[in-house]
Design a binder for this molecule. Structure first.
Ligand code: GLN
Length: 493
């Protein structure tokens, strides 16, 4: 087995035992990138020199016997909405095409401190608005399982990078599904932590009350290891949770106590793809066979979540994106007076989906409409949160499909915003409620595409999600976690 095919946990062990150097590990991923990236296009910016530099520094420290983090020397790819000091951070937008942040996001500082070599910044939907990575201003990313399909979004580049072995681990961000949906489309673990669990400082804001950073990986163990690096209180993020963080990797060990599992009716609805549903029910049966009590649950307000989200998220976006005026940073289109300059800069700098959201959000927040739209949506959000509070009095865990269908074709929904919005219908409510939510691979469909099950836990219980995902990985019927990338001209990589 090549180094790039190994899990982060395996690489970590090999590095600790000095069976391999970090430079060798990084080189294996760089070679893989050279081979696969032209077909998949997961990265906006490649950083091979930074990766090799970090790797060789870690190797030297290891030789000197220094105490190193378990993930020291294990490389990572990160979504291009995470600020990296001195390194271009575009958010996949023309308006930030040449933006070089003067500081690191807290999570970036954390991965640097851990000694994780950075392989590059991954493609995404512009400002994380989308579900397919087709809204990137630069190019689309392909789904490694079938290059005609989307990898999901908005963290599609991060998912595609891990799924092809171009990186063992990646960070994404999830506002309303952007980690879990691409994880499901690419056959990965994707965790949206509890709101506030991972610092948002230096994450370019889309909808601040919803945005969360989280891991994408091949296995639950790998996500746990990465959570151990990035989770924790940060005084630089006023919404950061001031709670102690458990040791997620250590938490994977031991028995799972008797679970009460609620199958969310709305997340296995009639119109869903039957293979998606069957795969979820198979995993649920496994939990049942392990002693879990299974029951169905209906979240009464679930159907209103999508509507509320598509008012709240655009409203916050319209406010957050007000800063891109060409004056302080980013693209400036010029013009004879300030009004012309503002409107040209924003007109040329933002893509159509971002403009759509700014317009919807500005409308929803404007005098006379605020009460009818934004305020109503916030009330619905509160009621949804209460639905979850009630559900978690009866259940330890809620489950359902991560997505109604497997990955769809590139171009299939690109011109139909509503269809695109519906593709993460199962992911929105957890985000509105602020609870942790994880997608675990549930199988492969008859077309060879991966499927996912979403599991949701009470606030701060992401450790439970990782533990159960780890259990399912061991008990379910085996299937490949990474595809052979089949090229249209024939052959596979
Ligand atoms: N697809 C959803 C949207 O476009 C969620 C995106 C995200 O989580 N960043 O808003």
């Amino acid at each position: 087995m090549e180094l790039y095919q190994k899990t982060a946990a395996n690489l970590s062990l090999m590095l600790q035992k000095k069976e391999v150097s970090s430079v060798e590990v990084v080189q294996s991923f760089l070679d893989r990138i050279e081979l696969v990236e032209p077909h998949v296009k997961a990265f906006i910016t490649h950083t091979p020199l930074i990766a090799l530099e970090t790797a060789s520094a870690v190797d030297k420290k290891r030789l000197l016997g220094e105490d190193l983090h378990p993930l020291a020397g294990v490389p990572i790819a990160i979504k291009d909405n995470l600020c990296t000091a001195g390194l271009r951070t575009t958010c996949a937008s023309r308006i930030l095409e040449n933006f070089i942040p003067p500081y690191d996001a807290t999570v970036v500082e954390a991965i640097k401190r851990a000694g994780m070599p950075l392989l590059g910044k991954t493609n995404m939907d512009e400002f994380a608005m989308g579900s397919s990575t087709e809204n990137s201003a630069f190019f689309s990313t392909a789904n490694p399982w079938n290059l005609d399909k989307v990898p999901g979004g908005s963290s599609g580049g991060s998912a595609a990078a891990v799924s092809t072995g171009m990186a063992p681990l990646a960070l994404g961000s999830d506002t309303g599904g952007s980690i879990r949906q691409p994880a499901s489309f690419c056959g990965l673990i994707g965790l949206r932590p509890t709101y506030g669990r991972v610092s948002r400082y230096g994450l370019i804001a889309f909808a601040s009350s919803l945005d969360q950073i989280g891991p994408l990986s091949l296995t639950a163990h790998d996500s746990a290891l990465l959570m151990d690096v990035v989770a924790g209180y940060d005084p630089l993020d006023s919404t950061s949770l001031p709670e102690a963080v458990p040791d997620y990797a250590a938490g994977l060990e031991g028995e799972i106590k008797k679970l009460r599992v609620g199958v969310i009716k709305q997340n296995l609805a009639d119109g869903f793809n039957p293979e998606v549903k069957a795969a979820v029910l198979k995993l649920v049966a496994l939990l049942g066979a392990n002693g879990a009590e299974i029951d169905e649950i209906s979240l009464p307000l679930a159907d209103y979540g999508l509507g509320a989200y598509y008012l709240i998220a655009p409203s916050e976006a319209s406010s957050n994106l007000g800063r891109y005026d060409g004056v302080r940073y980013g693209y400036n289109a010029g013009g004879d007076n300030i009004e012309v300059m503002f409107s040209r800069t924003r007109g040329e700098g933002f893509g159509p989906e971002v403009k759509r959201r700014i317009i919807i959000g500005t409308y929803a927040l404007s005098a006379g409409y605020y009460d009818a739209y934004y305020l109503q949506a916030m009330k619905v959000r509160t009621l949804i949160r209460r639905d979850y509070e009630a559900a978690f009095k009866k259940f330890d865990l809620l489950v359902g499909a991560t997505t109604p269908t497997p990955a769809f074709n590139i171009g299939e929904k690109a011109d139909d915003p509503l269809q695109m919005y519906l593709s993460d219908i199962c992911n929105i409510n957890d985000a509105l409620a602020g609870v942790p939510s994880l997608s675990v691979p549930s199988g492969i469909d008859s077309c060879g595409l991966p499927l996912g099950m979403q599991m949701t836990a009470p606030p701060s219980r992401e450790g439970l999600l990782l533990k159960i995902a780890g259990f399912l990985e061991q008990k379910r019927d085996p299937f490949p976690l990474r595809p052979r990338v089949k090229l249209s001209e024939g052959g596979e990589l």
